[in-house]
Ligand binder design. Sequence first.
Ligand SMILES: Cc1ncc(COP(=O)(O)O)c(C=O)c1O
Length: 234
Amino acid sequence: MDINTYSTWLEIDLKAIKNNTALIREITGAEVMAVIKANGYGHGARPAAQAAVAGGATWIGVARIEEALSLRRAGISCKLLVLGFTPAAKVPDAIEHNITVALFDPELAQNYLDYVNIHGGTLHAHLKVETGMGRLGMKPEYVASFLGKLKDTGIKVDGIFTHLAKADEPNSDSTPRQLAIFDNLLTDLESKGLKPGNVHAANSAAVLNFPEANYDIVRPGDLLFSAVRHVSHR
Ligand SMILES: Cc1ncc(COP(=O)(O)O)c(C=O)c1O
């Protein structure tokens, strides 16, 4: 782009993404999953992911498997989680490129399993639990039997997560309520020997307001980019 003829631009400070990631890791003591959806919210997925990894992110979270595949093609080798819906036909790609998918529905899991059985290998998945966000997620009461059924299959559920609806409201009882539901479920799964590792819940606002939501991994998106400087409308 010729900046002499276009008067508005966005300057991306990749060092800020790197430093923000390192700081989030230090503050939370958790692994960082840098959420780099939608081309890094328009900032460029590859450079943003590289900067986050350089700052210590061990995971990248994306919305769609196409984004994960494109990061793999760009040489990003860290752990990748697709947070949104992955079509069953993409399971072979996920297995071949070591991409973890989100699971939230028994019927979809069965479709995944059919593809795994044809293709061979192991599909890695994190189970998304609905604790009050009102989006995708499995209701807590179904989780234990679902995990029990997937034991010793070609789907390895090595993570469990939820999404917080109002972590930007530190005085609302919404987040404590969601975390209580999530914690009760984790305790129940632990007692049944079904609790996956890699527990996560915290988006950016939770990183800032609810340290009790840190668990094993935190999932900041906005916060990684918060020191990006928006330079000059002239
Ligand atoms: C499941 C999930 N986790 C984490 C994030 C990151 O959220 P934020 O940008 O508020 O940190 C998103 C963003 O959309 C998300 O969908």
